[in-house]
Design a protein around this ligand. Structure first.
Ligand code: HSE
Length: 315
């Protein structure tokens, strides 16, 4: 018999989607930053959002407009509409940054609610609920942030409908550097500017790289990972929205990163490195380049998170 709780607090990690060549099909989780979500039982049936905190901007407390609220409600509607739960959302990461902020809130909410209810769902069953939050955030229920945030590690999305998600091993050590310049880009907008038709030769190059990246991760082949982290389809279009993109990426590669690209839909830029010292030096070089063009920024250095969400408190 699994315990049920009155109160559960969960941490859910940020994530880097796409990983250069894998638009909408690849992502990995970070140890930090991430969001903290509290779920508490209430008398009134349904989901309510009682509190949103965070230094990074304002989020709606209306359940319909809030990714965590929509995701938790999707779960409750399937489980039992008579149950009442209120959520607190503690944003510990920037919004609209390309770090999977909306996904972290959705994942934190469904994991917290699932614990509160005595774990009626397996982890992989929570994915569909969390994806509903993503639909509200940017118009499509893409899985390349919610899946890594929920499962930890690297994930590959073979299909999002029906959902077919594969967790990938990756070499250790493997460190991510993510630099967030202080501009906002809406995922929904950056999806609209993408071309609908792709020349065959570019598609061939791209799926060669996706296969190479997956193989490189599974084989622990840093060289293969490095030469596969090339995006010839999405990055050339989206990168024009990020001031200094080419210079920041070049600085990362010149400092020893295996590869670098746009984190999700941006504006953050990420790099992967084979050790922490390199990842730290890469972060400094990237920070400096953004500073040179007058853009304040934050740097996050993290190993690939393999744990996924964590229950921080329960009572
Ligand atoms: N795959 C999505 C995109 C991720 O690039 O639009 C958004 O974070």
């Amino acid at each position: 018999m699994v315990d049920r709780y009155q109160y559960v607090k969960v941490f859910a990690p940020a994530s880097v989607a796409n990983v250069s060549c894998g638009f909408d099909v690849m992502g990995f989780a970070l140890d930090h930053p991430g969001d903290e979500i509290v779920a508490r039982r209430t008398e009134e049936p349904g989901i309510q959002i009682s509190k949103v905190t965070g230094e990074h901007g304002v989020l709606p407390t209306s359940v319909n407009e809030n990714t965590a609220g929509v995701a938790a409600r999707a779960l409750l509607e399937q489980f039992d509409r008579e149950v009442g739960i209120e959520l607190e959302i503690h944003k510990k990461m920037p919004l609209g940054s390309g770090l999977g902020s909306s996904a972290a809130s959705s994942v934190g909410a469904v994991v917290a609610v699932n614990h509160l209810l005595g774990l009626p769902y397996e982890t992989d069953e929570l994915l569909a609920f969390a994806a509903e939050g993503e639909r509200v955030a940017c118009g499509t229920p893409h899985l390349d942030n919610v899946a890594p945030s929920l499962f930890g590690g690297f994930v590959f999305i073979r299909s999002s409908a029906p959902q077919d998600v594969i967790e990938l091993d990756c070499p250790k050590p493997l460190f991510a550097t993510v630099v967030h310049p202080h501009i906002k880009i809406r995922t929904e907008d950056t999806r609209k500017i993408l071309r609908r038709d792709i020349p065959l030769q570019k598609a061939v190059t791209q799926w060669g790289n996706v296969g190479g990246l997956v193989a490189g991760l599974l084989k622990g082949d840093y060289e293969l990972i490095s030469r596969s982290m090339q995006d010839v389809i999405i990055e050339p279009i989206r990168s024009v929205l990020i001031p200094g993109f080419a210079e920041v990426k070049e600085a990362a590669l010149n400092t020893g990163a295996l590869g670098s690209g746009i984190s999700g839909s941006g504006p953050s830029i990420f790099a992967l490195s084979s050790d922490k010292e390199t990842a730290t030096a890469v972060g400094e070089a990237m920070r400096q380049k953004f500073k040179e063009i007058g853009l304040d920024n934050e740097v996050y250095i993290s190993p690939i998170n393999t744990e996924g969400p964590q229950v921080l408190e329960k009572a």
